[in-house]
Ligand binder design. Structure first.
Ligand code: ADP
Ligand code: MG
Length: 247
């Protein structure tokens, strides 16, 4: 489980806050959706959860299933162990074979030599990469590369999975495959998924937070958000709650 407690972040080069006073919970076994237009602060929040930068105010607490509990600013080195991160733009070594890259990712996570093969086999199966093991990453489609990015994110079986816009740029068949993968992984993990695509939160997320100009403007299920915004649909609520920022 991950908790953001009055989290705020400002960048030195920019006036004001990119994210302001956000409190939210990412619960085990659920997919939490962070829905906001471009520039609303989704990636800023996600990078702080992963320990890549620290809160300007507030804190982020991670509680592991083994009851290890820490804040990202006090123990950033533990973030890598307890979190799997799929960035918006996959950072993959394009000239490596898929099999080589997964082995490299396992080593980077400190998985002992005798367990590397087992760890790789599990993620290869989970992310249906069997057919691509001997292919260079650059020869794969965007959807296949995204699955490789997922595989490296879960190679150490982290209890939390953080996904930044996981379906943007994919075609409809790839989106369906990605949704199924996310749903499977959420059975054993706490998942946070950012998106600006309403359809994605609708089909996947049990708990939705709407982010507008760095502020949470609504939280709940699709029905709860529409009701509190006084609208008939999530689309109308989204436009109302982001004050047309998306238009
Ligand atoms: P989103 O992921 O929702 O599109 P971001 O978190 O990337 O939003 O950006 C939120 C705001 O913070 C934007 O105004 C953006 O310009 C600003 N921002 C993001 N990263 C940086 C940075 N490294 N330095 C300065 N400003 C940044
Ligand atoms: Mg972003």
């Amino acid at each position: 489980m991950i908790e953001l407690n009055s989290f705020s972040k400002s960048y030195k080069v920019k006036n004001g806050f990119a994210v302001k006073d956000v409190s939210l919970k990412i619960k085990d076994g659920e997919i939490t959706g962070l829905l906001g237009p471009n520039g609303s602060g989704k990636t800023t929040l996600i990078k702080a959860v992963c320990g890549f930068h620290f809160p300007t105010e507030g804190n982020i607490t991670i509680t592991a299933p083994d009851q290890t509990r820490f804040t990202t600013d006090e123990n950033p080195e533990l973030c890598m162990k307890y979190i799997g991160y799929v960035p918006e733009i996959p950072l993959l070594p394009k000239d490596m074979l898929v099999s080589e890259f997964l082995r490299y990712a396992a080593e980077a996570h400190g998985i002992p030599e005798e367990k590397i093969e087992e760890a790789c086999s599990l993620v290869i199966k989970e992310c249906t990469l069997e057919k691509f093991l001997n292919k260079k990453i650059r020869t794969l489609s965007k959807g296949q590369q995204q699955r490789v990015s997922f595989a490296q994110a879960i190679i150490h079986n982290p209890p939390n999975l953080i996904l930044d816009e996981p379906v943007s740029g994919l075609d409809p068949a790839q989106i369906i495959q990605m949704r199924e993968l996310i749903q499977r992984l959420a059975k054993t993990k706490a998942v946070l998924m950012s998106t600006h695509i309403l359809q994605e939160v609708r089909s996947l997320c049990s708990d939705i937070y709407i982010l507008s100009s760095g502020h949470i403007t609504a939280q709940g299920t699709e029905e709860e958000i529409s009701k509190s915004a006084g609208t008939k649909t999530l689309e109308e609520a989204f436009i109302k709650l982001t004050q047309g920022e998306a238009l």
